[in-house]
Write a protein that binds this ligand. Structure first.
Ligand code: BGC
Length: 746
């Protein structure tokens, strides 16, 4: 009851925070009354910076700007032309744009949008944090909020009040090139972190210079493409959509997300940009989303040019707007403006739909304070690049580090060891940060802050002079980084080899891959390192799990570092040498091979191996490393699992507690995870579902009792009638290696 009351209070507070004041509402309505159809359609048009820029990055073309703002009355501009700009350059760009807008009849400010995906991507010297996949490994929701608040401040300091984040797509297809942008395969982590991040972006109030409007994306199912290639077809029954992909958006709406971006792909043959069912029936009516819906890049015209569901470009425009789109990220020309005007005049799109879209756009502009002051705010600028952001970045990278293997406790290494650092990522900055890092692809090192460290540098910082050696050079793909002969020769002198493999930065379709296997040249390097007979510590900096099955047995230690932002190298070195005790937990099942891509929340028959299978003794869930895996330099013992009752009744709650003891010799953090499994249900029950987690810190020898409270909603599932239900029955609850059972009775 208490839990229920509290959550209602939270919802009411959030609604209060994001509600429009009556005066704002009147202002919006008055403006709509004054607007011509052209002005309304202009508001719905978003173009990319390149449309109004000279060939020189960040330098506007005054004639092109006038054409966009005055002639076409565009409502929004986005993106960069090539790479990140300085804060000052952003201020100039945004000031010029808003100045130009003063030449329009109604002086409606322009809203600028950028992709601050893991920190403010597009401002030079901003602080970059771990990608979402790495933040999911931290299992630290407060930390996710903390980094988000910095991202918001650095965006706003740049004069930008709308961020195209967070990505809420569920990472259940590791081949997908945007897997690093997801919170991994689990729904609960995705919806919990996603909602927290949205709250962090917006909770200060959008008029405040510390907040930005968030944009949950990419609604819906974008991550579930069959082939794993970006923007390729998705086939998804509603029951799967509602169980694994919709809850994140439902929670995000409740958390007060101001805007939403649509999935560029098609589901069951219907492009989502043309889906009235998903955009209006589910999103607006069922989820109650009141904010602005923006398309993704060029996605309206593609209904005609790529998806072939609209016979003409104009039909594409009408289709999307009638489905529920409010703003078109056109973004390279003004075709949308012309076509929508024609469509409205021909009666193909009702004016009421246009007014509805414009109302949402103007409301957003009002909420973020653009009508009060559209220019960069000095109070916001003061929040850029504060020294404490570096500490937050280090904390986040530390907590992301996930120790996968530590044979005979080879780690941590003592600082008197002679270390040979090899592999393509040893001297790369881009392979530590990944996508959306100062450029879209993140693969141009010249734009990174000068004090960014490589793994080699961070290791060298730990050791006495001469303690570290390398045969690597700069440039991930440089052939010298794969020279096995040089590696062998240098190894003679070393006590241990740190082998830095993984993926260089990529984003979206340039990151498409035919195979998750590590490239041959990396595998050969690993084989050569192992053949030296020296212990090899494998450090993986990668956005998605690349198979390491063949080389894994030969490695003494394996550290999954993901793309963890500015402080990745320092965090790696801290873990390798014991200055940080690792506590990250895998947010996905690290697969062994293409034929073994089973997820942790699998169905019972995925576990079945029948007698005629050669590997009949293995469980069907047999990943290289399971979901939730992650070692520490200390040990945690779980005991005394207790239930407040053996029965959970109706709308009541049940409390489950467990005692956790740090039984090792080091202090450390540990995430206590609670999973449930319903024994029998009308829909085949998942073998496990993560329902709650808490991260705790325990000094060596210390114990703590950790409690979780569950209600029926926490153990619900989507049934054959597509209703979210909790069926009476017996539920196993698992925490660590402890298990108990309770009964749910209506
Ligand atoms: C991506 C979006 C992004 C947009 C604007 C698209 O290619 O899919 O995630 O927000 O570009 O940069």
């Amino acid at each position: 009851m208490k839990k229920l009351a509290l959550s209602w209070i939270t919802i009411l507070c959030i609604q209060f925070l994001f509600a429009q004041t009556p005066a704002e509402k009147l202002k919006v309505e008055a403006l709509i009354k004054k607007m011509t159809l052209e002005e309304k359609v202009g508001q719905m048009t978003q173009v990319t910076l390149g449309v109004v820029c000279t060939p020189q990055d960040g330098v506007l073309d005054t004639a092109a700007l006038r054409k966009a703002v005055v002639d076409y009355k565009v409502g929004s501009i986005l993106n960069v032309t090539g790479h990140a700009l300085t804060v000052d350059q952003w201020h100039t760009v945004i000031t010029q744009i808003q100045d130009e807008e003063k030449n329009t009849r109604l002086n409606i400010p322009i809203i600028y949008g950028l992709d601050g995906i893991h920190g403010q991507t597009y401002t030079l010297n901003s602080t970059l944090f771990p990608q979402n996949i790495a933040m999911a490994a931290t299992r630290n929701v407060d930390l996710a909020k903390e980094i988000t608040k910095v991202a918001a401040k650095e965006l706003r300091a740049s004069g930008v009040r709308w961020n195209f984040a967070p990505v809420l797509d569920c990472g259940r297809q590791p081949l997908w090139s945007r897997f690093p942008e997801t919170y991994g395969e689990d729904v609960y982590i995705g919806k919990t972190m996603g909602a927290a991040v949205i709250t962090a972006y917006e909770e200060d109030g959008l008029k405040n210079p510390t907040a930005v409007a968030s944009c949950m994306k990419h609604y819906l199912g974008y991550s579930a493409s069959r082939t794993g290639k970006d923007r390729t077809p998705i086939y998804m029954p509603d029951i799967e959509m509602r169980e694994y992909y919709l809850p994140q958006f439902r929670e995000a709406v409740k958390a007060g997300a101001s805007t939403l971006m649509v999935n560029s792909g098609e589901i069951n043959g219907v492009p989502v940009h043309a889906s009235k069912y998903l955009l209006t029936d589910v999103l607006r009516k069922e989820l109650g989303f009141e904010g602005l819906i923006v398309t993704d890049w060029e996605d309206i015209i593609r209904l005609h040019t790529r998806h072939f569901v609209a016979k003409t470009p104009r039909e594409a425009v009408a289709m999307a707007i009638n489905a529920g789109i409010d703003m078109s990220m056109v973004p390279n020309d003004f075709s949308f403006y012309d076509l929508l005007l024609e469509a409205v005049k021909a009666g193909e799109v009702p004016v009421s739909r246009i007014d509805d879209a414009v109302r949402r756009i103007l409301t957003l502009k009002m909420k973020v304070g653009l009508f009060d002051n559209p220019y960069p705010e000095p109070a916001a600028s003061a929040n850029f690049g504060k020294p404490e952001y570096q500490t937050i970045a280090l904390n986040a990278a530390h907590e992301a580090m996930t120790l996968l293997k530590n044979k005979n406790n080879i780690l941590p290494l003592s600082k008197d060891k002679k270390v040979l650092v090899v592999g393509p990522a040893a001297q790369s900055i881009t392979a530590l940060n990944g996508c959306w890092s100062y450029t879209w692809q993140g693969n141009q090192e010249q734009w990174y802050p000068l004090d960014s460290k490589t793994i080699l540098q961070a290791i060298a910082d730990k050791l006495p002079l001469g303690g570290v050696n390398t045969v690597t050079v700069k440039g991930f793909d440089n052939a010298a980084n794969f020279d096995t002969e040089k590696l062998k020769a240098a190894a003679a002198d070393a006590d241990v080899i740190v082998l830095c493999l993984g993926e260089n930065a990529y984003a979206e379709s340039p990151g498409n891959t035919r195979d998750l296997a590590l490239p041959d040249n990396q595998v050969k390097l690993a084989e050569a390192a192992a053949a030296t007979g020296k212990p090899v510590i494998l450090v993986l900096t990668e956005g998605r799990p690349r198979f390491i099955t063949g080389i894994e047995p030969k490695m003494s230690g394996i550290l999954m570092a993901y793309w963890s932002g500015k402080k990745t190298a320092e965090a790696i070195a801290d873990v390798l040498f014991g200055d940080y005790n690792p506590d990250g937990k895998l947010p996905f099942s690290y697969p062994r091979s293409m034929g073994e891509m089973v997820l942790y929340d699998r169905k019972p028959t995925e576990d079945v191996r029948e007698i005629f299978n050669a590997d009949m003794n293995a469980s069907g869930y047999d990943p290289m490393y399971r979901f939730g895996w992650g070692l520490s330099y200390t040990t945690f013992d779980y005991s005394d699992i207790q239930l407040s009752s053996n029965t959970l009744k109706g709308d009541g709650t049940i409390t489950i507690s467990v005692t956790v003891k740090n039984t090792g010799r080091r202090d450390g953090k540990n995430t206590v995870e609670l999973y449930t499994h319903e024994q029998y249900a009308s829909i085949t029950p998942n073998m496990q579902r993560l329902r709650a987690f808490k991260k705790i810190f325990l000094k060596a020898g210390e114990s703590q009792t950790v409690s979780f409270t569950l209600g029926k909603a926490d153990i619900a599932f989507v049934n054959a009638q597509l209703k979210t239900v909790t069926e009476p029955g017996d539920f196993d609850v698992m925490i660590g290696n402890k298990k108990a059972t309770f009964t749910y009775a209506q």
